[in-house]
Design a protein around this ligand. Structure first.
Ligand code: R5P
Length: 282
């Protein structure tokens, strides 16, 4: 077994290879003059672990090319972040089910797929090969423990993320809650924990994805107004589009933490060990 990866997942793939006690295959990535992707993989093995987060259209194409380049092997796909997973249904007439399109494309040429905190588990049904979805909730909890916060409140930005927040909180036996939006007027909205108070407490807002950071920035502003002592944000997938990281820091958030499913400077949690363990099991 050897590990191979797209350009966007080089660090994570190298850590997965180390955890699996194997090596990563060198790949030359470049482009044709017209912008088309080109790649050339080094010597592959009979069993390949292909690690590639789809973070944009380029990484999707590169991942499909990489799978094809490994077509002599049994390919096990690790898809740490799957862009398009949020368009998992037709919200309006005439829209595509984008997650299904990506899942179908990435099922070709692989024997199984491992995802991490996929936005919606239903998306897994669109793959035509066996899948497993891992969760980094306890890894995030373990990281929060290293911050040494006194009795932190773990907050989900909405009810949908409450189960995830509960799993994070269980690591330290902390309290968890979710934010609730109350419309005060046509233009004014209040966000506050549903049951607990943030007054004088350290708060960690946790979510699967931070994209624009809009949800968490608004919540943080309001929680500070409600007397929160300090606020942290932690997510699995740090998309951080449109300057989201800086936007969050400018709101007064003490730290914004993510995992390496998307490789960032703030990737303090690694999915590598969980991926290696899960590949051994499946
Ligand atoms: C939504 O359902 C996700 O779980 C996240 O809450 C969302 O993607 C965050 O988006 P943003 O950072 O743009 O507010």
């Amino acid at each position: 077994m050897k590990v191979i990866c797209t350009e966007q997942s080089q660090v994570l793939a190298s850590h997965v290879a180390r955890a699996l006690k194997t090596t990563v295959v060198d790949v030359k990535y470049s482009r044709f003059p017209d912008g088309e992707h080109y790649l050339q993989a080094g010597k592959t093995d009979d069993e390949m672990v292909i690690v590639g987060s789809v973070v944009d259209n380029d990484s999707l194409v590169q991942l499909m090319l990489l799978i094809d380049a490994c077509d002599r092997a049994t390919n096990r796909l690790v898809l740490p972040y799957m862009a398009y997973a949020r368009q998992d249904k037709r919200f309006k007439t005439g829209e595509p089910v984008s997650s299904r399109v990506v899942a179908r494309a990435l099922s070709q040429g692989v024997s199984d797929v491992t995802t991490i905190n996929i936005h919606e588990k239903e998306v897994l049904k669109s793959f035509s090969v066996p899948t497993q979805n891992l969760s980094l909730a306890t890894d995030i909890g373990a990281y929060i423990r290293t911050l040494g916060l006194d009795n932190p409140l773990i907050l989900a930005p909405d009810e949908g993320a409450m189960a995830f927040a509960g799993q994070v909180a269980s690591v330290g036996g902390w309290e968890s809650d979710h934010l609730e939006k109350t419309r005060l007027s046509g233009v004014e909205v209040r966000m506050a924990p549903r049951q607990l108070s943030a007054q004088s407490r350290s708060v960690v807002i946790v979510d699967d994805i931070i994209s624009t950071g809009g949800t968490i920035a608004t919540a943080a502003g309001m929680l500070y107004q409600q007397g929160a002592k300090d606020i942290y944000a932690a997510c699995v997938h740090g998309v951080f589009t449109g300057g989201a990281y800086v936007h969050l820091m400018a709101t007064g958030i003490r730290d914004v933490i993510c995992s390496d499913t998307i490789e960032r400077g703030s990737s303090r949690i690694s999915a590598a060990d969980q991926i290696a363990r899960a590949l051994r099991k499946l």
